[in-house]
Design a protein. Sequence first.
Length: 139
Amino acid sequence: MNNPLATSNNQHLKEQIGELLRRGREQAGRAVNTILVQTYWHIGRHIVEFEQKGNIKAEYGSELLDRLSRDLTAEFGKGFSRSNLVYIRKFYLAFPKSETLSHQLSWSHYFEILKADNDLEVSFYVRQCEKEELEHPRT
């Protein structure tokens, strides 16, 4: 009583739905990464522009980032260590125009790129990461 045509159609339907789910999950992951990168850029902008009045470092030293780290961690949980806030601030300083951010790169990419010592290295690593992401996209 097992109809081979019905089984074949069900298999085809399952494959189509599976592909839709894979694509949807991939798009959702990319959207989350894009939003996270944009959010960290805005946090960096607030630290530099509002708290530091445009200076590279706050006039009152590292106390700002220590206090901010404690407060944000208490309210929002992990991800706001002093070290991460330093990189978030550095992120904004390295990319002061949000239009220059690559939508292909995740925060993890930027975090590694920001370890570079100068702007030329940062630009080189951004291009390399974009190239690699196009050749071998995340799944």
